[in-house]
Design a protein around this ligand. Structure first.
Ligand code: HEC
Length: 430
């Protein structure tokens, strides 16, 4: 007997791993073939039409002009000296790589580098990558990059989505990572003591230890790790020539925000992809089986719920590594970040910092205001906002959110209701 087409399709679908490395290259995402629509593609359109021009300078090439055009503040500068990224031959403890970022865009700059490297939150494609040549030309252009970046920014390294990375590892005096000594993927849940290996860190943080500003001599990491000279550093001039960079900082608060937001951006991408992929699979299957197109599969509901949960836990700073002493940066980063608001009627903002026991005063990510959040697929948005409302009103008592005191929940609910009232529009009032 010949198997029916439907049965063959079922077999084919079943044989497909739930999350194969390049699933995002298949419909419905089609990552590399998709048309980007993000802050960088919009700037490129302005360059093409002549509405905006970039300015080249001897010292930093297009850096300052691109930062201006994308509204990225120089105080967001963080410095990483491990040879762990694309232009590794340019990177060393004397010539660290600088990373600048705002709510959507991240930019990598190397001293005398060939290109500026950019990753940007694209509401439909997740993270999209670009380079722009640092040589002066009449028509500077942001060139979209896929494979060259996905080598390190895709697949298992970023949990199967095109995404951002932050690492911490031991580095020798040349900037070579000592991989045999172990490494950490860093996000807001990483304990302080494991953060910032291979990075410069400026700021004060009391008795808390970390691995920043540390160079390993003779290839051997002393255990326990000795990093007295690397702690509470507020001036990097003893380490390298800071005049090579637009600012002398690698601000500890900027680093902590970078780690929070790169995690949330990755989970926004995952939530977006998971919902679209599950719904796509469901409609293919319903069609093949001649079922009504709106038949909901349990697996769809489950996949949406799981991705929504992971996103909410990151947005609400679940399992955040606690601070045990006050943290303060060295640049104006924190002040300017906070000034950006928005504020509720009582003057509170999701961009207010705590910096005594945790990063944010009101632990709910400011990325709730981002286009990537707004443009989550409807089913995902509904799952996220329904759950969020349950948590904030106290009806949802999941352990994962036990860190939010009743006061925190109320404050976040009030801030959101004032500053983003449309958020609750889709939530069925219970
Ligand atoms: C050899 C691996 C590797 C390649 C290839 C690579 N990156 Fe990265 N990238 C990293 C790592 C690791 C980090 C984390 C910071 C660090 O260690 O420098 C990073 C961080 C970044 C960041 C900071 C924010 C973020 O998204 O994580 C940007 C921007 C970036 N890369 C852009 C690019 C672009 C654009 C390309 C392709 C043209 C690229 N990278 C290729 C490894 C790589």
């Amino acid at each position: 007997m010949r198997p029916t087409f439907a049965a063959m399709l079922l077999l084919a679908l079943a044989a497909r791993p739930a999350f194969s490395a390049d699933e995002y290259e298949l419909p419905p995402i089609e990552y590399s073939r998709g048309t980007p629509e993000n802050a960088v593609s919009r700037l490129q359109e302005k360059l093409d039409s002549g509405a905006h021009a970039l300015r080249h300078e001897d010292r930093f090439g297009y850096l300052q002009s691109v930062l201006d055009a994308l509204e990225i503040r120089p105080e967001s500068q963080t410095l990483v000296f491990s040879k762990t990224s694309l232009q590794r031959h340019r990177i060393s403890p004397r010539t660290p790589r600088a990373i600048y970022f705002n709510d959507d865009v991240y930019l990598g700059y190397c001293h005398e580098g060939d290109v500026l490297e950019i990753s940007v939150a694209d509401p439909q494609l997740g993270t999209v990558f670009y380079t722009i040549d640092q040589d002066e030309t009449d028509k500077p252009k942001f060139v979209r990059q896929t494979d060259q970046c996905l080598l390190c920014h895709g697949m298992s390294q970023t949990d199967g989505i095109p995404g951002h990375r932050v690492r911490s590892l031991f580095v020798d005096t040349m900037g070579n990572p000592l991989l045999a000594e172990g490494s950490h993927r860093v996000d807001q849940t990483t304990p302080f003591e494991n953060r910032w290996g291979g990075w410069y860190v400026t700021g004060t943080h009391g008795e808390q230890k970390h691995l920043g500003n540390l160079l390993i001599r003779n290839g051997e990491v002393p255990r326990p790790v000795q990093n007295e000279k690397g702690l509470n550093v507020t001036d990097l001039t003893p380490f390298f020539d800071v005049s090579r960079y637009p600012t002398p900082h690698s601000d500890i608060v900027a680093l902590m925000v970078l780690e929070h937001q790169s995690m949330v951006h990755n989970l926004l991408t995952k939530a977006n992809f998971a919902a679209r992929q599950a719904l796509h699979y469901e409609s293919e299957l319903n069609r093949a089986l001649g079922e009504p197109s709106d038949r909901r599969l349990d697996s769809t509901t489950r996949r949406i719920r799981n991705a929504a949960d992971a996103l909410l836990q990151a947005m609400l700073c679940s399992k955040e590594a606690p601070l045990t002493a006050a943290v303060a940066g060295t640049s104006e980063y924190a002040q300017r970040f906070t000034n950006a608001g928005p504020r509720d009627k009582r003057g509170r903002s999701l961009r207010d910092f705590d910096l005594k026991t945790r990063l944010f005063r009101y632990p709910c990510s400011f990325l709730v205001y981002s286009a990537s959040f707004d443009r989550l697929p409807d089913e995902m948005k509904l799952a996220v906002t329904t759950r969020l409302r349950g948590i904030l009103t106290g009806t949802d008592k999941d352990e994962a959110y036990a860190h939010l005191a009743a006061d925190d929940r109320r404050a976040i609910l009030e801030i959101l209701t004032d500053t983003k009232p449309e958020l609750w529009r889709s939530v069925a009032e219970k």
